[in-house]
Design a protein around this ligand. Structure first.
Ligand code: ATP
Ligand code: MG
Length: 439
């Protein structure tokens, strides 16, 4: 029978019960992880977000009512356990709880749709179908504790460095960069799209005089291919700042990455251990590789690439063999970068654009932006786009747009790097890919 909480309240997370708690009466709440009935003694492992603890019930020394409840327990039911903490050398945290009251708060049906104890390995699709149970596993919870810390540190970093947090619309009338990656939607009588990037809006915030802004939000992209690093809905950490150039914002990005890594090591060491992720501070400065040099390296590794090509997957892999940590790729051909990227003053075929890479994975793209109205119109047309559909964006360049620069970091990709998972689906609670729209 499921119970309401009434005046029951948790006193501790399992991880906070240790040798200092011996003799105390505590109350924990969590899920039944394992039951071992040895006849004269019953062991139950209770799990909560922070760990597990052993409940030990010697049948001769525990109330009959408690024993009756214990014998009714099923795996993954939710319980409240009140009891006394006792030393126990063999138990996981060196302590165990002798129960005085057990209440079943809600029962779990059997059989479970998947095993949350790691004993039976399940395919990612099965796991994602029952994601709420999958997320109960400590190594999966660990990924999201780290992601939470990444986002927290990022906000701290921006707030401490004079950035304003903004929220830009995700329902938009036209494409950021034109193109095929857009999701069309029905917007009353009109067609509209889901935002693929806050790019144009964060630039307009520069014309608004907000000087330094950041946004952490969803981006939507109709990615054609099913890969381990693309999803159709991702989280982008975006910044834009006035009166700074590409080198300045690369510096900001490098500092952010180092702060995030420092904080994750500091606060989520246990999660890193669970994941066996050997995260280390990468130190400054990150190596800077010019596009020209990258082309040579890639060709020298036997992967064909011509000047002016975007990096193929094989090219990224070839580079990742040489650079095994974070590094910047700079001086990109203007041709393969979006229209809002500032061309080089002396040689307009190259641009003030950069990517931040981690081994073979692109983490971020950024650039100094074009702030001159007429040049922008020219570049929009050169890309085969119609300047008329950028009317309200272009207007902001006519009445006082400062020089500015910025970047966007894929938060899910950064989570992949820091947790060591190799499929982006592992770094997203409820991933959206070509085949998956539920749960
Ligand atoms: P890629 O070449 O890897 O497809 P991109 O150059 O198209 O990425 P940008 O438009 O530069 O991506 O977006 C900035 C960042 O946002 C990327 O560096 C990446 O970290 C992240 N990102 C972009 N698209 C996706 C996606 N579909 N899924 C997850 N993250 C993404
Ligand atoms: Mg990019």
């Amino acid at each position: 029978m499921a119970s309401l909480l009434s005046d029951l309240r948790r006193t501790h997370y399992t991880k906070n019960i240790n040798s200092n708690s011996v003799g105390n009466e505590i109350t924990i709440m969590g899920w039944v992880h394992e039951i071992r009935d040895l006849g004269g003694i019953i062991f139950v492992l209770i799990r909560d977000r922070e760990g597990r603890i052993q409940i030990t019930a010697p049948t001769k020394h525990v109330d009959q009512e408690v024993l009756d409840t214990i014998r009714k327990l099923r795996k993954e039911s939710v319980v409240s356990v009140k009891g006394k903490v006792q030393d126990a050398g063999k138990a996981p945290n060196g302590v165990e709880i002798i129960p005085t009251e057990i209440i079943i708060l809600n029962e779990a049906n059997q059989p479970l749709p998947m095993d949350p104890t790691d004993k039976v390995k399940a395919e990612i699709d099965t796991r994602l179908d029952s994601r709420f149970i999958d997320l109960r596993r400590e190594n999966i919870t660990a990924i999201f504790k780290i992601k939470s810390q990444i986002l927290h540190s990022t906000r701290d970093f921006f707030q401490n460095n004079g950035f304003m947090e903004i929220n830009t619309p995700k329902l938009v009338a036209s494409a950021t960069e034109g193109g095929t990656e857009l999701f069309p939607i029905t917007y009353f009588e009109r067609e509209a799209f889901l935002g693929q990037s806050p790019q144009l809006y964060k630039q307009m915030m520069m014309a608004a005089g907000f000087d330094k802004v950041y946004e952490i939000a969803q981006i939507f992209r109709a990615e054609e291919h099913d890969t381990l690093r693309h999803l159709n809905e991702a989280i982008s950490i975006d910044m834009e700042a006035s009166f700074l150039d590409d080198k300045d914002v690369m510096d900001i990005l490098e500092k952010l990455i180092n702060k995030v890594i420092y904080d994750v090591i500091d606060t989520e060491n246990h999660s890193l251990e669970i994941l066996d992720s050997k995260l280390e501070l990468c130190g400054c400065p990150f190596p800077v590789v010019k596009y020209d040099e990258a082309v040579d390296i890639i060709n020298s590794k036997g992967v064909e690439m011509e000047w002016g090509d975007d990096l193929s997957r094989a090219a990224e892999k070839a580079l990742g063999e040489v650079y095994d940590n974070f590094y910047f790729l700079t001086d990109w051909p203007t041709e393969i970068k979006p229209f809002y990227v500032m061309p080089n003053e002396k040689d307009p075929t190259i641009s003030h654009a950069f990517d931040l890479m981690y081994k073979n994975l692109e983490i971020s793209s950024g650039a100094m932006r074009v702030h001159q109205h007429d040049l922008l119109v020219e570049k929009i047309s050169e890309k085969g786009l119609n300047p008329d559909s950028f009317g309200s964006y272009l207007k902001s360049f006519d009445y006082g747009m400062p020089p500015h620069s910025g970047w966007g970091v894929g938060a899910d990709r950064l989570t992949m790097v820091l947790t060591g998972v190799n499929n982006i689906r592992e770094a997203v609670l409820f991933p959206r890919d070509r085949r998956r729209l539920t749960p």
